[in-house]
Design a protein around this ligand. Sequence first.
Ligand code: AP5
Length: 216
Amino acid sequence: MKILLMGPPGAGKGSQSAKLVKEYQLTSISTGEMFREAARNNEPLGIEAMKYIHRGDLVSDEITNEVVRKRLLESDAERCFLLDGYPRTVSQAQALDAMLLSMDSKLTAVINIVVDKEAILERMVGRRVCKKCGLTYHVSFKPPKKPGICDDCGGELYQRVDDQPESVRNRLNIYERKTKPIVDYYSGRGILKNVDGMQSFEEVYKDIINALGEVQ
Ligand code: AP5
């Protein structure tokens, strides 16, 4: 399985990807998470990326493509992986095609999670993430048992810097202009499936599994 999970910010990519990765033992490649981890470790990459992430802008294609290229060359990404948040521009999609071709590989499925614009702001403003294990919660839709504490590892929950309303609006604009055209880029290859992301977590997951069954 070489899967790309796409959709607007807050569509539920991270939530669904966590379950898919666990269930199917896939290697998770999330560019957003890679940038945040580099920032937590005070690495130059993370410090540079955070300048863009704070504002809700995209990190440059050049930096992002290089991060993914290196990650795809690691042995655990050879057989199966799940890409979340990359590619995000047509230029990144072209770069990914070239990388995979040079590795004699290709995507086997592209899952596009579709959600209403109105739901996105509410989802993102209420999102809380575990500092320790990265698990995602929502204050109303998926609250932790104890407020502010991760059910799984007991870590402290925090709000992402780019989940402030102004940053979210910018991310949505960028999604419409730069990322949405990728749907057209992949349609026609017979591997793109749209999934309704306005359903419950469980129903979205079930539809993703069904969609994967149709294209694999
Ligand atoms: P990234 O981390 O990839 O963020 P994103 O794509 O904007 O997506 P999110 O993580 O915000 O949302 P999600 O779809 O994963 O939703 P989640 O499951 O958390 O990127 C962050 C930044 O890094 C970018 O803005 C950019 O600056 C940079 N970057 C990353 N990749 C890049 C690239 N390729 N090129 C350039 N720059 C890049 O869910 C959201 C909330 O909703 C949660 O609280 C969740 O509990 C809730 N929720 C989820 N599903 C449901 C449901 N079915 N019902 C009710 N609530 C739900």
